[in-house]
Design a binder for this molecule. Structure first.
Ligand code: ADP
Length: 161
């Protein structure tokens, strides 16, 4: 079975992430979307909330599983017999960090885990979680960036702050 993992913060999940998930899910028998539990960041959504949002958004994709992880991604891969990491590339600004991370993961896994990059769909090349958060902070319209069901969840977070 050809398996892959798509790791990320997904805070919040955007149409850019969903585009990568859809495209990657058609290339593999099983795609696990893994939410990074990063204690260093103070997130908008908890890991559990992000897992639920991703599960709702991908419920029509039978071969997509949602999970979370903390610690090293290569350890997560080894435990689940996954050898491919999916990442999205938007612009040249993503490249340097992504190249370094991919090479580090390859080294850490003794050449057992490779990273495959999907270039962004042009429609979403400008789109990032941080832009969505910034727009939402000022009460702007985020309907072009995230699915309808996610809008009130994001708005609610900012109404509490
Ligand atoms: P990170 O994992 O770096 O904290 P994200 O959760 O925002 O960041 O992104 C997870 C992955 O999705 C990364 O590989 C990122 O490049 C990719 N990604 C984010 N937004 C888009 C987009 N609009 N188009 C394509 N890929 C994207």
């Amino acid at each position: 079975m050809k398996k892959a993992v798509y790791p990320g913060s997904f805070d919040p999940m955007t149409f850019g992430h969903l585009d990568v998930i859809r495209r990657a899910s058609s290339m593999f028998d099983e795609l696990t979307v893994a939410v990074l539990n990063n204690t260093a960041k103070s997130p908008l959504f908890s890991v559990d909330e992000r897992v639920k949002i991703l599960a709702e958004a991908t419920k029509d994709l039978a071969n997509v599983k949602i999970d979370s992880f903390s610690g090293l991604l290569v350890d997560y891969c080894r435990e689940r017999d996954i050898h491919i990491i999916i990442r999205g590339l938007r612009a040249i600004t993503d490249f340097e960090y992504e190249l370094q991370t991919a090479q580090t993961n390859r080294k850490l896994s003794d050449d057992d885990v490779d990273t495959i990059f999907l270039t962004t769909s042009l429609a979403y090349s400008y789109l990032s979680s941080s832009a969505v958060k910034q727009i939402a902070t000022f009460g702007g319209d985020i309907s072009q960036f995230v699915p309808d069901f996610e809008i009130p969840l994001i708005v609610e977070k900012y109404s509490k702050n």
